[in-house]
Design a protein around this ligand. Sequence first.
Ligand code: XBP
Ligand code: MG
Length: 246
Amino acid sequence: MLKALLWDVDGTLAETERDGHRVAFNLAFEDVGVPWRWDVARYGDLLRVAGGFERLMRDMADRPGAPAAPTEREALARRLHARKNEHYAQIVAGGAMSARPGVLRLIREAAAAGLPQAIATTTSRANVLALLPALLGAGWQTIFSTVVAAEDAPCKKPDPQVYQRALAQLGISADEAVAVEDSAMGVAAAGAAGLPVIIARSVYFAGDDSEGSMWCGTDLDTPPPNGPIDLALLTRLLEQRRDAIR
Ligand code: XBP
Ligand code: MG
């Protein structure tokens, strides 16, 4: 029986990477007075590194203009990351982000059915607290009983820690839940925690393979016969997965 849905945030709920974090990083570069900008393609390459701070450090490793001393480099990355998050909160509060197809429908269907739902993300709690009310209104906290973010699970995806901690808080075993992800890195994290996972591929991960997932589509509103993803289909997918394992 399906007992919970665990939601990834960035790329899954909304196209926050391309239209939120990336734009906010560029505003932070401008604020701090460095001439760097991340275009859509460059940011896509950097997304192979989980975590905004880690992404900055990775980018600086290739930049001749970046500070040479490790302590200075890290201090600059911390400053840029903090500015980025301020801009991100403003962008999101301004209504620039909308939920991806089918996301609000499935969240509401699960809430109406009394199914527990959790957030399991590599981004910070502050970024979750900025995005969720913008997408779902003030009532989002009654829908998501569990929020596990970067501060709670410092080992970032593809490490399974964030999913393991969410499952522990929900008090259920992995095969009773489904994770909703957008990227292969997220699928790896959920899979390593033993969770059945579906993928609604975001723009940056359109080319990722679907290995390890029990369903993969461009979004949750994928038309029949493969979609749309609703609780009835999720329950069927779980049963099929169990039969295949037996
Ligand atoms: C996405 C991430 C995050 C965000 C930026 O996590 O990898 O690093 O890109 O957020 P998920 P921070 O898909 O698990 O939601 O700057 O807070 O890292
Ligand atoms: Mg994601």
